[in-house]
Design a protein around this ligand. Structure first.
Ligand SMILES: [Zn+2]
Length: 597
């Protein structure tokens, strides 16, 4: 499989038939946006890479493991939004441009110049590190190439990089920056590893075959990697899935795929292309892939058909939404799959098939028997599930497919205030969250406001708080997954640990104070730091449990004041720092620290 990624295979017939991408690109200005860093385009993660519950909404630009590289405004415009968060995009900046597009810069280490000054003042006036401010009119104006910040690793980021997006300001859709000419040189074609063959059953899919394309099983013929064996199929309705990946900078580091297509006997059935999508549809990834297979095997197989509950806008299909109904026994034909990258490098695989005689599918029969007597939930329909102390209210958008569910009750565990309920399986995807409530069946007098619903994937996993409110004997919240639920209690306050400067070291050695703050269950709601009674800016990095105060003007003023007191031995010659952290159930920790000036 290594060898064919080195070749660019282009089949003219399909290029003419499906050269839509280039035509699409012409709608967008090609020189308007510049690459927002000094380096040549180098992507850690391209647009649309598949992640848990979403497609990657931008491109991740390589900073070679470094923090603090200058980030430039991609074009003239004004700052339209500043969002600072402990997680997600961390320190993010949005710029509105005159041509109807906005650019987004995320996971910054810091902001720069007048923007940085404005933010610092805003945080002190409002006494908050985290905020989300939208500017409707030009106020902080930038020119193309102005430094707006320094690259970092803030928010939910797994290593230093710059996350960059281009959005359509009117539709708020996220666009593939490649449409605007922001893309690296890439001569590596994608690779198709496997084609998956599915039958449709009442709930979900029956995986019938996995067809691997290797040097043993397939050979190159006229630009197609063709499977040597003929695929034998029943007269039945089938769907196909693809396991493919792309390579950009080398053939060792696989990336997500830009586009893939499927043809049946040269007639187009299905194409998925990542040119643009909206934030409110990105969770359709869970219907786009074979979700149960991913949960069990950790591999995302992309479907070449569209589920009824899947409203993702990136597909072009025939009337059957990519499904194929093979009817006539002993007929035959060919299936062709294409994987393409944004630079139009393409790979094709071909499978010859033959339809066998009509026969009973024993596997299907077993499956149908297994779910025959189970109650059902349907996509597009709101419904309520209720059973001895458990209640769930499904939104009409909760499910992609008919779901034959199970609901089992297990006895109360020692740490719980209710039975444990196993509501169906975590391998079935949930789109819109559903309401879930459990009846309290153990006294918690005076502690009602500390009750939460706890969730676990399976009985081998630990329970985590999914919050909840107590009302009329029940604890209710919203759930994003099927699995195990029970009522638990959170009375434990967050922890605060002093990290920097190391004890005995002077503050001037580090130019910052650093603490570890954490909460074991319901999570940190708020945090504040005070220096000799004055609020100071604590930068909270949730992924590292890190709360940091970088010395600023408040420190300078306090130090000045203390130095002026040196002739007065009655005053304590120290910085008194208070760290206050509260969790989501109102449990509070306050700790005082004495710092050497
Ligand atoms: Zn990113």
């Amino acid at each position: 499989m290594e060898s064919h990624s080195r070749y660019i295979r282009v089949v003219l017939f399909f290029c003419l038939l499906f050269g839509l991408n280039q035509a699409f690109a012409q709608k967008y200005p090609q020189d308007y946006f510049r690459y927002p860093m000094d380096s040549l385009p180098n992507f850690v993660s391209p647009f649309g890479v598949m992640r848990d519950n979403h497609f990657h909404s931008g491109i991740d630009l390589r900073t070679n493991g470094k923090i603090g590289l200058p980030v430039y405004a991609s074009a003239d415009g004004y700052v339209s939004r500043i969002k600072v968060a402990r997680g997600a995009y961390g320190k993010a900046l949005y710029i509105e441009h005159a041509n109807g597009y906005a650019t987004v810069y995320a996971h910054l280490d810091s902001y720069y110049g007048a923007i940085a000054q404005w933010i610092h003042e805003y945080q002190y006036i409002n006494q908050t590190f985290e905020f989300d401010k939208i500017f409707m009119k030009p106020f902080l104006i930038v020119k193309k190439g102005d430094t707006i910040g320094l690259s970092g690793n803030s928010g939910t980021s797994s290593g230093p990089h710059l996350h960059f997006e281009i959005r359509d300001s009117r539709t708020e859709k996220i666009l593939n920056p490649a449409l605007f000419g922001i893309l690296p040189v890439d001569n590596f074609a994608p690779e198709i590893n496997k084609i998956y063959v599915y039958k449709f059953v009442r709930e979900g899919l029956l995986l019938k075959k996995q067809l691997a394309f290797t040097n043993k099983t397939a050979s190159w013929q006229n630009g197609f990697l063709q499977l040597k064996d003929t695929l034998l199929l029943d007269p039945d309705t089938y769907g196909f899935g693809i396991d493919a990946q792309d390579f950009i900078h080398n053939n060792k580091d696989p990336k997500g795929l830009y586009s893939y297509s499927f043809w049946l006997n040269q007639s187009h059935k299905f194409t998925h292309t990542l040119n643009q999508f909206a934030f409110d549809e990105t969770k359709y990834i869970n219907a786009h892939i074979d979700f149960p297979y991913y949960k069990l095997e950790k591999l995302r197989v992309q479907k070449c058909f569209v589920d009824d509950g899947n409203r993702f806008s990136t597909y072009q299909t025939d009337a059957d939404k990519g499904r194929v109904n093979f009817t006539q026994a002993s007929s035959n034909g060919e299936l062709i799959f294409e994987a393409a990258d944004v630079n139009q490098n393409k790979t094709y695989v071909k499978i010859l098939y033959k339809i066998g005689l009509n026969q009973m599918d024993a596997e299907r029969q077993t499956y149908e028997n297994l779910i025959a007597n189970k109650p059902m939930l349907f996509p597009g329909k709101a419904s309520v599930v209720e059973q001895d102390g458990f209640w769930a209210s499904m939104d009409e958008k909760s499910l992609y497919d008919t779901t034959c569910y199970v609901l089992n009750t297990f006895p109360k565990t020692a740490d719980a205030f209710s039975n444990t309920y196993a509501f169906h399986s975590y391998t079935t995807p949930v789109h819109a969250a559903f309401n879930v409530a459990i009846k309290l069946d153990f006294p918690a007098i005076g502690l009602e406001d500390k009750l939460v619903l706890a969730y676990a994937k399976t009985n081998k996993d630990g329970f985590n708080s999914i919050s909840g409110t107590f009302k009329n004997g029940w604890v209710q919240t919203k759930a994003n997954n099927f699995g195990l639920f029970k009522i638990m209690l959170d009375t434990i306050a967050p922890q605060v640990k002093w990290l920097l400067p190391k004890k005995g070291k002077e503050a001037a050695d580090t130019l910052r104070w650093e603490f570890e703050i954490s909460d074991d269950f319901s999570g940190i709601k708020s945090y504040d730091m005070f220096l000799n009674g004055r609020w100071i800016l604590g930068d909270f990095d949730a992924k590292n449990d890190r709360l940091t105060y970088v010395f600023d003007e408040v420190y300078a003023i306090e130090r000045e004041r203390i130095y002026n007191l040196e002739n007065n031995p009655s005053e304590a010659n120290a910085f008194k720092v208070l760290v206050r952290v509260t969790d989501n159930k109102g449990n509070k920790t306050e700790r005082w620290f004495e710092m050497i000036p």
